[in-house]
Write a protein that binds this ligand. Structure first.
Ligand SMILES: [Fe+2]
Length: 275
């Protein structure tokens, strides 16, 4: 390629972050292949779903960091959080054949263990490494620990938003196109009504606790209740624009419970998005 502008001589470090993420992507690919190579075709589909999710969360985390005008290095760290946040899903699925943490192991803790054992972040500064691993560790917890501040907090918030946005995408695909495996529903029964404890959580503006989830309808309400835990207006904007909420509503049976849910979610969106 010609270099009429003399860019090569300028030695711009503009592309450095790009180069760095490629190194991490290579490790990610190698690690993933070691699990996929001897898996059955059904298991490949299930694990493949998580690999696609990881890449999408990486991109979303990067985009959110850019929207927040973070420094280039923090954009890169956000991208790393996204790419590796679910790496523990591979050993989890291989060993237990489920993505349900309660019936297996905490996949975030498992992921941190994998990343540390393989020294994946050995090129990062000590503080950066701790912040990325902490963000990964808390991405699936009920809330971010109060002690988290500064970069550790911002990475955790970005990752949690990016993760939720893409989990909604996975379910949206499932409901609208039937395009993914049944593993997305954690083996829950379909259910006819929303459980009382689930509705109570939602009515008190709380995220529905996974322990309260008895069936797939409860699981829909749990995912809707994640809206209470979305950190950035920009994330809510993406969710609203992509119509994920509408799709989830369509899956709920008509009745007074659905109305309660509708009122709650509409009020929340009006308050946060100023609609
Ligand atoms: Fe996860």
């Amino acid at each position: 390629m010609s270099d009429a502008l003399g860019l090569r001589d300028l030695n711009l470090n503009l592309y450095e972050p790009h180069k760095e993420i490629i190194t991490y992507q290579r490790w990610f690919g190698r690690y993933a292949r070691s699990y996929l190579s001897d898996a059955s075709s059904q298991d490949k589909v299930a694990m493949g779903l998580k690999l696609v999710h990881s890449q999408r969360v990486r991109k979303l985390a990067k985009d959110l960091a850019l929207c927040l005008n973070l420094a280039e290095r923090q954009v890169f760290l956000s991208e790393l959080c996204g790419l590796f946040h679910d790496i523990g899903r591979l050993p989890q699925f291989k060993k237990y054949k489920t993505f349900f943490d309660a019936k297996s192991e905490d996949h975030a803790a498992l992921g941190v263990e994998v990343l540390e054992r393989h020294g994946v972040f050995s090129d990062l500064g000590q503080e950066e490494k701790t912040h990325v691993l902490d963000a990964i560790f808390v991405h699936n917890k009920f809330s971010i620990p109060k002690a988290f501040q500064g970069q550790r907090l911002i990475l955790s918030k970005i990752l949690r938003d990016a993760d939720k946005i893409d989990i909604w995408r996975v379910f949206d695909d499932y409901y609208r196109k039937g395009s993914v495996t049944k593993d997305v529903n954690l083996g829950l029964p379909p259910g006819r009504t929303i459980s009382g404890a689930v509705l109570e959580d939602l009515e008190s503006d709380k995220i529905v606790r996974i322990e309260h989830v008895q069936n797939q309808l409860d699981f829909i309400i749990m995912r809707l209740s994640w809206l209470f835990d979305i950190n950035f207006k920009h994330s809510l904007g993406i969710i609203a624009k992509r119509n994920y909420i509408h799709t989830m509503f369509q899956m709920l049976p008509e009745g007074k419970e659905k109305e309660i849910v509708r009122r709650k979610i509409t009020a929340l969106l009006e308050e946060r998005l100023g609609r």
